[in-house]
Design a protein around this ligand. Sequence first.
Ligand code: WTA
Length: 706
Amino acid sequence: MTNIEERAASLSEAQIAVHWREEEYISPGARFVGQANASDPAVYDRFGEANFPECFREYADLLDWDQYWHTTLDTSNPPFWKWFVGGKLNASYNCIDRHLATKSNKAAFIWAPEPEEDKTEVITYQELYRRVNEMAALLRDFCGLKPGDRVTLHMPMVPELPICMLACARLGVVHSEVFAGFSGTACGGRIADSGSRALITIDSYYRDGKLLDHKVKADEAVAVAHDHGVDIEKVLVWRRRPGEYLSAVPMQEGRDFFVDEVMKDYRRQEVAPVPMPAEAPLFLMYTSGTTGRPKGAQHSTGGYLSYVAGTSKYFLDIHPEDTYWCFADIGWITGHSYIVYGPLALGTTSVLYEGAPAYPDPGRPWRIAERLGVDIFHTAPTTIRMLRKLGPDEPAKHDYHFKLMCTVGEPIEPEVWRWYHEVVGKGEAVIVDTWWMTETGGFMGSTLPAVKPMKPGSCGPATLGVYPVIYDEDGKTVEPGSGRAGNICIRNPWPGIMQTVWGQPERFVQTYYARYCHDTSSKDWRDWPFLCGDGAVQAADGYYRILGRIDDVINVAGHRLGTKELESAVLTVPEVAEAAAVPVVDEVRGRVVEMYVALHPGRQASKEVEDKVKLAIETEIGKVARPKNVWIVPDMPKTRSGKIMRRVIASISNFTDVGDITTLANPDVVESIRRQVYQQKTERGEAPRELTPKELEEIRSFGHTD
Ligand code: WTA
């Protein structure tokens, strides 16, 4: 046996099980509790099932309505629930205009550009009002956009991104922001799916010390959308440095326009916010699922905004006087809900940061926190792990004080949680581990910070007015509090729930409801549990521990990537006959992707093919999805019916036991793949890492083909 094989074999289950234990409770400090928005445990009674759905009036009443609603929840067309029916409101009015009377000169956004020598930009509510109005006038009059039209945004972390979102919202135009790290091709597919007529982009932006050419992706996106039969009429191009054009690709006459130039005609224009029905879509957020076609989660105006305002107030404990920094990208749902809409609905100051967490060094986030007086900090485990690895002692060197910190996006290991608590939070900050997903609009699981103690590794109980259930594979209820694993569902609708999959209502029903619906003819919400897509266990105290996705989704550094998307990208390489993507547990990024490919007969494995595979993924999806390793194998392990056994190769990639392979059509191939992968991993200096039982379970059941 090689060195690696010996070490992998020596990790017995018994040894691993030692790490699987319930952690101690940690209570928030008195100072936090004293100032918290929700510190009376009676709030759980108010949001109890007996008061459902009326309990959510408490969230909706945080907003200003142009017309109050008559029906809190309409269940007449399951599972297409309608919240606050009859109500009308405008999201941009609620995030801006209504704060002007008391907070016109308070900062709405503070933007820290990545180059440290660039000036920090402060945008007051008054300034935001001006800029959003001017942009709304431009979108309406220059682009001819009307309520209900869709606009695709492919913007990085610059203030113009939320300005455009809020300008769309002001007009009732549906925005669809695509994460800037996604490729032009991926953006084009989303333009086509949403039927957008306009694309808003920027010439360039800074990331990790480099100025990235971004406009080049717009040209690709428009071409790809065209191939799908959708034509973009106008491309609006912001300039990272006004007056300078920092992209290498030319502007296309009659199609591409610099926003700063066109804007001259719209200076000082005001646009009345359009009162939108509560049920009007506010935005689309594309996400990965089991099939390759991206799905556009459609979120509502009234229900969504109520839900993110309510959860921001109670779970993030946002007060108007806080300086709140969510270190996520607005290109993901976290940024929409908890950088833009929730915090601004509450009239607080939301910090935006353009760049990479550890640029130019791992002290950067703490310098920003100190200088801006950030008191609420929100980030993902992958960033916490990275900052801990690169600069474990940095936080102590900076004079900032957080009252609350949030972690989101993937499970956080108790050890990493403790560093976050003790070192980043200086033992002073309360932590909320918030569990939710694109589809849910806002938090589904979290401790209520002043009421429930923290428990590292568990997100906590369900959020207010959310009643989960865990089902086993046969649809039987797993006993609550039993610590047994199953598929977590939410029994009831809540205001932040997605309305549908854009243009694919049948897929919405199929993906989220088909599995556990008790009676498809029923109009009672109790018959329609919502499948979240995660495995989970509930401990006796009611706290949930999230085990990860049950579908074919790999969560890389908090980014959801579908195996089918990855595999279809790789199949564009002519030499490749078959492809399978599997997750590998990674110290910093949570999971990374490894790609297994089998070539067409007569094709030779080579470094060149490997590079083509990597490039295909970058082009089709984006750099975020770049695989750690590409293994060109003679054949894939398969079942007798020809399905690729992803769990077998996933086990090999993670140095764990491959389990029972006797039912395979070609069991012999497993040993040769294992030798090949172990040998090359040794050469590359990759060593086995101890997996927790939870991780082992995920890897050993990956792909569910047996
Ligand atoms: C995972 C991100 C454990 C989960 C908001 C979910 C988490 C997926 C947590 C959704 C958490 C999110 N603990 N796992 N606190 N938060 N997840 O749609 O697997 O990008 O299904 O939304 O991230 O990812 P999405």
